[in-house]
Design a protein around this ligand. Structure first.
Ligand SMILES: [Ca+2]
Ligand SMILES: [Ca+2]
Ligand SMILES: [Ca+2]
Length: 439
C-alpha cells in the first residue's frame, strides 16, 4: 500500500490563530502537527500522486491569507471548480530545484490531474486568486522565493483550454491586490526593494488593451530593510489606500501609504514633512482601530511619569493613532493603551488622555489606570483596571466587582471601575465599553 501521507508535513496555520491573553501565544513551531487534509484535499492529493508519483512534498505558501498547498477555485468559464496544488519532487536522483504547480479538474465528481508546470524556484511565498484581467479570466498570482536571490519572482497565470498560461512576471519583495482606483476591478500592487540601487519602488499593475501593464510607480521610503504588514482600507470616506509597514535598517517600524489619484500611484508619506513622526517600535502595525474603514497608524510614546525611567522593561507606552489626509498631513486622532500580547486597544477618552498614567500588575496580568499628579508612586488614585482571562475565570472576577466588557473566542475582557463617584477623572462605563477594541 502506498504511504499516501508519508511525504507530507503540514504546518497547520488556522485562518484565525487565537493569540489573545498571552496564555495562547504560539509560534509556528507550536503549530506543527500531523497532516489533516480535508476529504476533498485528500482526494486531490491522491489524484496528484496517481499522476506524478508519491516522491513529492507539498509546498505551503509562507505568507498571505492562503497558506494551503491546495487552492480550489473556479479558474475557467466551465462552471465546476478546478484545483491547483504546489509541490516539489523529492527524488534524490533528479536533484530538481523547482516548484511545480499541478492543475486538477473535477470530471464527473472525480479529480484528475490535467496539467503541470514548473518554475525554477525554491519556495512558495504567496498565492492570490484574483481577477487582474478584466475579460472573464481569473488570475493565479504566485510569488516564489528564488535560489540565491533576495528578490522574489511573481508570476501571473490564467487557465483556459486545459492549460496554465504564464501571462506576466516581475521581481518583487511584497505584493497585494486591492481595488485602489475604485473601478470595481482588482489591481495588483508590488514593492521591490533594490539593494543595489538603494531604493524601493511600488508598482501598480493594471489591465490595459488586453495585457497587464505597469500603470504607475511610486518611490517608497528608501531605508526599509523588509516589509512586515499590509492594511487595506481608506484614508477618508472616498480614497482607498494601501498601508505598508516596513522595518527600517535601525530596527524601527515605519509606514508608507499608497493611494491612486486617478493617474498616478502616490506615496503620501513621501510628501509629508513629518514622516519621521511615524517611526515606532516593531509590532505596532497600521490597522483600523475603530472599525470605520479608515486605517490608523500607531506611534508609541511613554505614558506620563515614565520619561525618566532607565530600565527598558519598566517603561510603559501609550499608543497614539494617526490618520493621514490626501495631502499627507498627519492627524493624531486618538490615544490608547495597546496590548500587543492581549490583543486589545483601549482608546482613552479625549478628556482623560492628558491626565492619566498606567501601571502593570504582572501577578494578575492587569493594566491599572491612575490619576497622574506629577510622579508614579504608591498613593496614586486608581481609576480603572482592565484584565483579560479565560471564560472559566470570568465568574470569579465578576464576584469581585469586575464587569464583562468584551469577549472573543474563549477569552473575556473585563474592567473594574473606580468606586469613587466624586472623582471627575473616573472612567464611565460607557467610556470603557465604547473604547475597548479587541483585535
Ligand atoms: Ca471551472
Ligand atoms: Ca480597480
Ligand atoms: Ca479607523
Amino acid at each position: 500500500m502506498k504511504k499516501i501521507f508519508s511525504t507530507i508535513i503540514v504546518i497547520t496555520i488556522c485562518s484565525v490563530i487565537f493569540t489573545g491573553c498571552g496564555y495562547f501565544n504560539m509560534g509556528v513551531d507550536g503549530l506543527l502537527s500531523s497532516p489533516k487534509l480535508s476529504r476533498e484535499q485528500a482526494d486531490i492529493h491522491q489524484a496528484l500522486i496517481e499522476s506524478v508519483g508519491d516522491n513529492i512534498s507539498l509546498k505551503y505558501p509562507n505568507t498571505g491569507d492562503n497558506r494551503s498547498a491546495f487552492v480550489i477555485s473556479n479558474l475557467d468559464d466551465e462552471p465546476t471548480n478546478e484545483a491547483i496544488v504546489f509541490y516539489q519532487n523529492i527524488n534524490p536522483s533528479t536533484n530538481e530545484n523547482s516548484i511545480r504547480i499541478n492543475l486538477l479538474d473535477n470530471i464527473n465528481g472525480n479529480w484528475k490531474s490535467t496539467f503541470d508546470i514548473s518554475e525554477p524556484a525554491i519556495d512558495v511565498d504567496k498565492v492570490i486568486i484574483s481577477k487582474i484581467e478584466q475579460e472573464n479570466k481569473v488570475n493565479i498570482i504566485v510569488g516564489f522565493d528564488m535560489p540565491n536571490k533576495s528578490e522574489k519572482m511573481m508570476q501571473i497565470y490564467n487557465y483556459g483550454n486545459g492549460v496554465i498560461n504564464r501571462i506576466y512576471s516581475d521581481s518583487y519583495s511584497v505584493f497585494e491586490t486591492m481595488d485602489i482606483d475604485m473601478d470595481k476591478n482588482m489591481e495588483l500592487i508590488s514593492v521591490l526593494s533594490s539593494k543595489n540601487e538603494g531604493m524601493s519602488v511600488a508598482k501598480l499593475y493594471n489591465w490595459s488593451s488586453g495585457s497587464i501593464i505597469v500603470q504607475s510607480t511610486a518611490l517608497m521610503d528608501d531605508d526599509t530593510a523588509s516589509y512586515s504588514s499590509f492594511a487595506k482600507g481608506m484614508i477618508d470616506a472616498t480614497t482607498p489606500a494601501l498601508f505598508i509597514d516596513g522595518l527600517k535598517s535601525d530596527g524601527t517600524l515605519q509606514t508608507d501609504v499608497l493611494i491612486f489619484d486617478g493617474v498616478n500611484l502616490i506615496n503620501l508619506t513621501s510628501v509629508t514633512e513629518d514622516n519621521d513622526k511615524l517611526k515606532r517600535m516593531p509590532g505596532y502595525y497600521s490597522t483600523d482601530v475603530n472599525n470605520d474603514g479608515i486605517i490608523e497608524i500607531p506611534v508609541t510614546k511613554l505614558f506620563l511619569g515614565y520619561q525618566k525611567e532607565t530600565e527598558q522593561l519598566k517603561k510603559l507606552y501609550m499608543t497614539d493613532w494617526y490618520n493621514i489626509d490626501i495631502d499627507g498631513n498627519l492627524q493624531n486622532s486618538f490615544s490608547s493603551y495597546y496590548s500587543l500580547t492581549d490583543s486589545y486597544i483601549f482608546v482613552l477618552p479625549k478628556r482623560l488622555a492628558e491626565f492619566v498614567t498606567i501601571k502593570e500588575d504582572t501577578a494578575t496580568d492587569e493594566i491599572i489606570f491612575y490619576k497622574y499628579e506629577g510622579e508614579i508612586n504608591e498613593s496614586m488614585e486608581e481609576l480603572l483596571r482592565i484584565v483579560c482571562c479565560l471564560r472559566s475565570e470570568t465568574e470569579d472576577k465578576i464576584q469581585n466587582g469586575y464587569l464583562l466588557i468584551q469577549s472573543k473566542g474563549q477569552i473575556d475582557y473585563l474592567a473594574k471601575l473606580s468606586s469613587d463617584k466624586t472623582e471627575s477623572l473616573a472612567f464611565t462605563l460607557a467610556e470603557v465599553t465604547n473604547n475597548l477594541y479587541v483585535k
